[in-house]
Design a protein around this ligand. Structure first.
Ligand SMILES: *[C@@H]1O[C@H](CO)[C@@H](O)[C@H](O)[C@H]1NC(C)=O
Ligand SMILES: *[C@@H]1O[C@H](CO)[C@@H](O)[C@H](O)[C@H]1NC(C)=O
Length: 203
């Protein structure tokens, strides 16, 4: 048995049921990823996905396997592009880790450091939705992906934020993929499928 992960403790106070009964409130699905880079050869990644206040799955930092917290979440994950996502996320994590290590070298940052990702979608009562992806570096906002502009923007005035946003903006296929993932996949199919399978618990 894996010990419950630290990240889960951080979120425990908000994991209590009771959530989005209020139709006037925006609904949020978010993926919170924390990665600790102890040195040039190490990266520990943990992730929790939340719908409203409910944790739906976590990523095991030991082997990157996904632990679904509810049977309906694994059912929902098998639908739409869910299976394709599941086969791709480890590649994405490896690319992310390589990118962070490269950035540390280029900008002469120091280990240890923590990089955090917050991605997801807000669904407003008027049925419009907004995808988001924010990246934090050692506790400060670094860059954010602007879905409407299909591009990255620096969130602080530093050489590193400029370099990271420029370097990410050069990857056109990544920008197109993210725009699709955030506005179409997360905001529409992912969110709606989860709501359908998890109706009783989420409402
Ligand atoms: C890098 O950090 C990991 C995790 O703390 C540790 O196990 C490993 O020995 C470190 N490696 C080096 C080369 O310092
Ligand atoms: C829907 O609500 C959000 C949040 O209040 C607002 O930003 C957005 O402009 C609204 N969209 C429409 C089409 O009314």
């Amino acid at each position: 048995m894996q010990p419950p992960h630290l990240l889960l403790f951080l979120f425990l106070p908000i994991l209590l049921p009771g959530m989005w009964a209020d139709p006037e409130e925006p609904q949020v699905i978010q993926y919170l990823l924390t990665s600790l880079f102890a040195n040039i050869s190490s990266a520990e990644v943990s992730c929790v996905a939340l719908v409203g206040d409910i944790a739906i799955f976590t990523l095991d930092p030991a082997d990157w396997s996904i632990h679904f917290h509810w049977p309906w979440v694994s059912q929902a994950a098998a639908e739409d592009d869910g299976e394709k996502m599941m086969s791709q996320y480890k590649i994405a994590l490896r690319n992310m880790i390589r990118f962070v290590h490269d950035t540390v070298q280029q900008t002469k940052q120091h280990y240890p450091l923590v990089v955090q990702f917050r991605a997801g979608c807000v669904l407003y009562p008027n049925t419009t939705s907004q995808g988001f992806l924010n990246v934090g570096w050692d506790g400060r906002d670094l860059v954010a992906f602007e879905v409407d502009k299909q591009g990255w923007e620096a969130q602080q005035s530093s050489q590193m934020a400029e370099l990271v946003s420029k370097s990410l903006n050069r990857q056109k296929s990544l920008r197109i993929l993210l725009e699709h993932l955030l506005s179409i996949w997360v905001c529409q199919s992912n969110f709606l499928t989860l709501k359908r399978y998890g109706k009783e618990i989420l409402e």
